[in-house]
Design a protein around this ligand. Structure first.
Ligand SMILES: Cc1ncc(COP(=O)(O)O)c(C=O)c1O
Length: 394
């Protein structure tokens, strides 16, 4: 069994993640911040430690400016719905995931915002000059994917940070694909709002994620997505106006956050740079091997240094929706097929509406697994296409 669907969600998780979750369930189990007893205090401490580990990973000064939610989608909705006001213009890219596109399109239809989608190259790259050219006097925010979930291409987030500062705009970064797998420095990259998900390269469980809110964002500028009990200022019927409570109503996913904390500490101990070196090595080998197979088209820039460990490809004449089950049923290789919730990205790279097969690698994958997958793709391409069909006129 080879798990190559890490760009969707990572598996396996480090043992410490499962242990931290089991510890919470069996030894702690209480509601954080709601009661004064020892287990409630312990639950609160576990959550604070997760915030603290994330603050170290992303270079955030104040861990209390990290707001937890159920995933990157919720964090992105909080950043967009919570920050944008009627009349705002937003600049984004054609490589965005629907978790950015759909809230923006919905707000556009509601007449709240106008958006400019800056086209990227067919390899999935964005020219920061095009980004800057799309800025208007009423632009308030740049919303950018750090790396495409379709072809892995890095978008120029640090350049966008400098552009945003020059034009006095906010920069929102969707780090769903990079958090834990690529260095992320909120201050160094001048990111104002950083949305992350817990269940991919941070090795946490599903149902965890959050938004890091930079110092340039005033607490009064954010409108929470929901109001309710926070365990703080309970004498008041109005929502508290301080972070993170303001944006974290209701009992949190403490067991999930216990696991996420262990995942982030694992990443900190291993070192993002070391994780990245391993993933680049595997990605290089995968791209080079796929490019050698007749009948296989590999998307993106074909340069492992310029992308994450997500690699999209197709076997010509065979629909990706057929290739993925063949990989699973014949070889035990798990991939992700289709549009990957990113129709704009597939339009950009020319694979809409059928999509691609995507291999998403992680720290836990090996060179041997890459080689087995390459043999499998070669066999599928040969058998299903009747040999080296590129020299076959039919
Ligand atoms: C680039 C990108 N943004 C956002 C998301 C949404 O993440 P989640 O499903 O954890 O909300 C994903 C998930 O695949 C993604 O790849």
């Amino acid at each position: 069994m080879i798990y190559f669907d890490n760009a969707a969600t990572s598996w396996p998780k480090p043992a410490a993640v499962t242990e931290a979750m089991a510890h919470f369930m069996t030894e702690v189990g209480a509601n954080p911040g709601r009661s004064a007893h020892r287990r409630s205090i312990e639950a609160g401490r576990i959550i604070y430690e997760t915030r603290d580990a994330l603050a170290r990973l992303f270079n955030v000064d104040d861990p209390l400016r990290i707001v937890f939610g159920s995933n990157a989608t919720e964090a992105l909705n909080l950043a967009l719905r919570g920050m944008l006001r009627p009349g705002d213009h937003v600049v984004t890219s054609s490589m965005e995931h629907n978790s950015v596109m759909r809230p923006l399109r919905a707000m556009e239809e509601e007449g709240v915002v106008e958006i400019a989608v800056v086209p990227c190259s067919s390899e999935g790259f964005l020219d920061s000059a095009d980004l800057e050219a799309a800025i208007r006097p009423d632009t308030r925010m740049i919303a950018l994917n750090h790396a495409s979930n379709v072809v892995g291409s890095f978008l120029p987030v640090a350049e966008a940070g400098a552009i945003a500062r020059n034009h006095d705009l906010l920069l929102l970064v969707d780090a769903a694909q990079t958090a834990g797998a690529h260095p992320l420095d909120m201050k160094g990259m001048q990111i104002d709002l950083l949305a992350f998900t817990g269940h991919k390269a941070l090795f946490g469980p599903q149902g965890t994620g959050g938004l890091c809110i930079g110092e340039r964002v005033g607490v009064g500028d954010i409108q929470p997505l929901k109001q309710g009990g926070t365990g703080s200022r309970s004498e008041r019927e109005q929502q508290p106006r301080f972070l993170p409570d303001m944006c974290e109503s209701g009992t949190p996913n403490t067991v999930g956050l216990a696991g996420l904390g262990a995942g982030v500490r694992f990443v900190l101990e291993r070192g993002v740079e070391e994780i990245r070196v391993h993933e680049v090595e595997l990605t290089k080998r995968l791209i080079a091997g796929l490019l050698e197979i007749p009948g296989v088209v590999v998307y993106g820039g074909h340069d492992a240094e310029m992308q994450t460990a997500a690699v999209s490809f197709n076997v010509e004449r065979v629909a990706p929706s057929e290739v993925a089950p063949m990989l699973d049923e014949r070889y035990g290789i798990m991939s992700r097929v289709g549009l990957h919730c990113s129709p704009a990205a597939h339009r950009t790279i020319g694979t809409f509406p059928v999509g691609t097969v995507r291999f998403g690698l992680s720290l836990f994958n090996t060179v041997e697994e890459v080689d087995v997958a390459l043999t499998a793709v070669r066999e599928i391409a040969t058998v299903e296409c009747g040999g080296d069909w590129r020299s076959d006129p039919k």
